[in-house]
Design a protein around this ligand. Structure first.
Ligand code: F0G
Length: 367
C-alpha cells in the first residue's frame, strides 16, 4: 500500500523554502484527484483531465498556499494574520489559523461572499470585517493593516502562498509522467496561474519571474517540457483581456470578481513565456460548464472553478484546441460552497409520496 499523504510541505520538502526543523501547520492538503473527463475530451477532441482542488481540506486550492504561509507566520513568531478575500482565502486562512492558534482577521466585500465560505470563516473563529467596496478595496485595506500593525498578510502577495500553490503542478507531472500540452485555470487575483507556471518551470529546471523573487526555493530537472498556460477570466471582471484595471468588476463567479489583480506582472509573464493566453468567458458559459461538470463528469465545482472548462470549450468551438492535446483544467473550489448559484431557479421541493413501492414506482415511471 502507498504511504499515506503527508501534506504538501512534507511531500515536496526538497522543493520548498522550509528547513527540516520548521514545524508545518498542515491539514494534509494536496494530493487531490486528477480525473479523466471523457465528456470534455469528446467535446474538444483533446484528452482532458480535471484537477479537483475542491477536494482539499477547506474545499479549495488555497489550502496549498495557506499551509506554507501560516507555517512561516508561526516560524516567525507572529500572533495574528490578515487577508482580503472573495471567500476561499478567508475560509482557508481561518482554518489554518485556528489550527495554529493564531488570531485571523478577514476583510470581505459586503454582500458578495458565497454562504458556504462565509460560514467557514465564522465557524473557524475568524474576525470578519465587511468592507463597503470590492475585493480590490479589501486587499488595499488588508495590506495597510499589515503594514501598520503586527499582523501578517496571508494573501497571495505573501511569497510563501505561491510556493505552496506551485505543488499542484508537481502533482500533475508526477501523475501524468509528463507536463500537459495545455494547462487551463480560472484567473482572479492571478496568483494561481503564476504559481502553476513556477511549479512547471521548476520541474523543467527553469526559473520564472515569480521564482526569481524567492531564491531560497530549491530546484531540479524532472521533465523537459512545460505547458501553455491558458487563463480564463469572467467577462465582467477581465482586466487582463482589457489590459486595464476594471473599476467595478461584476460576475456571478464571485470568487474571481477582481478588477486589479495583485500578481499582474507574474501572470502576464506566465502567459507570454508559455506561449499561452488569457481570455474571458461569459457568466452563461461558466454556468453551462459548471452544469456539464456536475452532470457528465461527476464533479460539483463552484462557478469560478468552471471558468477553466468554459474557456477550453470556448476555444474548442473556435477550432483553437489542437487535436489530441493533453489538457489539464484546474477546478479550483468545491460546489458545496455556493449551492444557491448552482441551483438557480431549479425546483427544490420534489413531489412527496408515501414510503410505498407502488406510488413511488408510478411517480418515477418505473411501473
Ligand atoms: N477559483 C476560486 C474558487 C477562487 O477562490 C479564486 C480566488 C480563483 C479561482 C482565482 O485564483 O486569485 O489565484 O487568480 N480567490 C481569492 C479568494 C481571490 O479571496 O478566495 P487567483
Amino acid at each position: 500500500m502507498a504511504a499515506p499523504w503527508r501534506g504538501v510541505i512534507a511531500e515536496y520538502a526538497d522543493r520548498l523554502p522550509f528547513e527540516p526543523e520548521e514545524h508545518a501547520i498542515t491539514l494534509l492538503e494536496g494530493g487531490t484527484p486528477l480525473i479523466e473527463a471523457p465528456a470534455l475530451s469528446e467535446a474538444t477532441g483533446a484528452e482532458v483531465y480535471v484537477k479537483v482542488e475542491g477536494a482539499n481540506p477547506t474545499g479549495s486550492f488555497k489550502d496549498r498556499g495557506m499551509t506554507t504561509a501560516i507555517s512561516k507566520v508561526v516560524s516567525n513568531g507572529s500572533q495574528a494574520v490578515v487577508c482580503a478575500s472573495t471567500g476561499n482565502t478567508s475560509a482557508s486562512a481561518a482554518a489554518y489559523a485556528a489550527r495554529a492558534g493564531l488570531r485571523c482577521i478577514v476583510a470581505l466585500p459586503v454582500g458578495k461572499i458565497a454562504a458556504g465560505k462565509l460560514a467557514q470563516a465564522i465557524v473557524h473563529g475568524a474576525e470578519l470585517v465587511q468592507v463597503d467596496g470590492n475585493f480590490d478595496d479589501c486587499l488595499r485595506l488588508a495590506r495597510a493593516l499589515a503594514h501598520a500593525y503586527p499582523v501578517s498578510l496571508v494573501n497571495s502577495v505573501n511569497p510563501y502562498r505561491l510556493q505552496g500553490q506551485k505543488t499542484a503542478a508537481f502533482e500533475i507531472v508526477d501523475a501524468l509522467g509528463c507536463a500537459p500540452d495545455i494547462h487551463a485555470l480560472p484567473v482572479g487575483n492571478a496568483g494561481n496561474i503564476s504559481a502553476y507556471w513556477m511549479g512547471y518551470s521548476e520541474y523543467a529546471g527553469m526559473t520564472t519571474a515569480a521564482s526569481l523573487d524567492h531564491p531560497s526555493a530549491r530546484r531540479g530537472a524532472v521533465v523537459s517540457t512545460r505547458p501553455r498556460m491558458w487563463g480564463f477570466q469572467a467577462e465582467g471582471a477581465a482586466p487582463f483581456v482589457k489590459d486595464a484595471v476594471v473599476e467595478n468588476p461584476e460576475t456571478i463567479a464571485t470568487a474571481i470578481r477582481i478588477g486589479n489583480p495583485a500578481s499582474w506582472a507574474y501572470a502576464t509573464a506566465a502567459r507570454d513565456d508559455s506561449g499561452g493566453l488569457i481570455d474571458a468567458v461569459s457568466d452563461a458559459d461558466i454556468l453551462d460548464a459548471q452544469a456539464l461538470l456536475a452532470s457528465e463528469v461527476g464533479v460539483f465545482v463552484e462557478p469560478a472553478s468552471a471558468a477553466s472548462v468554459a474557456g477550453v470549450l470556448k476555444k474548442a468551438r473556435a477550432g483553437q484546441v489542437p487535436s489530441g492535446a493533453l489538457i489539464v483544467c484546474t477546478v479550483t473550489g468545491n460546489g458545496l460552497k455556493d449551492t444557491a448559484t448552482a441551483l438557480g431557479e431549479r425546483e427544490l421541493d420534489p413531489t412527496t409520496v408515501p414510503a410505498e413501492l407502488e406510488p413511488a414506482a408510478a411517480l418515477l415511471g418505473l411501473a
